[in-house]
Design a protein around this ligand. Structure first.
Ligand code: PHE
Ligand code: ZN
Ligand code: ZN
Ligand code: ZN
Length: 282
């Protein structure tokens, strides 16, 4: 009887054509005053994977703020940091934002399926949009691993300020990076670093279509440097998430402070773009 009653997310099985979206969507988001569609179109290895999409009832539908997190995990582990953290942060913001107060720009939340199989859910979603529907998306925010136990505070590097690795994101991405950077500095006293749009998470197809993007990441198999340990705490020379894609990716192995700070940043930046995307699209 919680907000998740009656919803089976990502369960394998035969999905009725046309979807079960209305009933399940109401069970999931009815109290928050949101409407839900469930995207059921893609198949991989004879399994059904699903995206769950929920959009605020208010706000411009031609200037949509999208925020996404993948809901699946690898078979080798429970996937609490990767990506229970992003999924839970996004859900909490969706439920709190709810249907009121009214927002200027619609917010569309996406819980992606089959990310671990090659960004399948998000890629299929974006590819299925027609040109007008793509243009209606003002920006995309991605949350994949936001509570790593030896956490980094990474923000996707919209302007390629370090000049190495992958290039900049689409026009406007630098402003998204700045929004996260400013919030985490001002509200949490955290000095972030940029991380490249290297194609390893669900923003990939959005930036391929020129949609401004950004988001947060606390690190996977990469190792924390001495400088980073001095700045953020934690253990230098150790992986940001030693349990990445392993059986140890459990509730016991999170940095809850990092999760809390990043969940607040997720909420704040999403809500601020629901008020205005002027800095990105103006
Ligand atoms: N997408 C990767 C995974 O789910 C994690 C990751 C996120 C890696 C962001 C790099 C950057 O396993
Ligand atoms: Zn993963
Ligand atoms: Zn992930
Ligand atoms: Zn930058």
């Amino acid at each position: 009887d919680g907000p998740l009653s009656g919803v089976t997310l990502g369960s394998p099985g035969v999905v009725p054509t046309g979807g079960v979206s209305k009933a399940d969507g109401t069970a999931l988001f009815g109290r928050a005053g949101q409407q839900v569609t469930v995207d059921l179109r893609f198949h991989e290895e004879n399994r059904v994977a699903r995206n769950v999409i929920a959009q605020t009832r208010t706000g411009r539908s031609d200037n949509v703020v999208m925020a996404g997190a993948h809901l699946d995990s690898v078979e080798e582990g429970p996937g609490i940091n990767d990506n229970g953290t992003g999924s839970a942060g996004l859900l909490e913001t969706a439920l709190k934002l709810g249907g009121s107060p009214k927002v200027n720009n619609a917010v569309r939340f996406a819980w992606w399926g089959a990310e671990e199989l090659g960004l399948v859910g998000s890629t299929e979603y974006v590819r299925a949009l027609d040109f007008e529907q793509q243009l209606d998306i003002a920006l995309y925010l991605n949350f994949d691993m936001i509570g790593s136990p030896n956490a980094a505070y990474f923000v996707y590097d919209g302007d390629d300020s370090d000049g190495v690795g992958a290039g900049p994101g689409p026009h406007g991405s630098a402003q998204v990076e700045q929004a996260f950077t400013d919030y985490l500095a001002a509200a949490k006293g955290v000095e972030v670093e940029g991380t490249d749009f290297d194609g390893r998470s669900d923003y990939g197809e959005f930036i391929a279509r020129g949609i401004p993007a950004g988001g947060l990441f606390t690190g996977a198999e990469g190792k924390k440097t001495d400088d980073q340990a001095a700045k953020w705490g934690g253990e230098a020379g150790a992986a940001f998430d030693p349990n990445y894609h392993g059986p140890g990716d459990t509730l016991a192995n999170l940095d809850r402070t990092a999760l809390d700070r990043n969940a607040d940043a997720l909420a704040w930046v999403t809500a601020s773009y629901a008020i205005s995307t002027e800095d990105v699209n103006g």
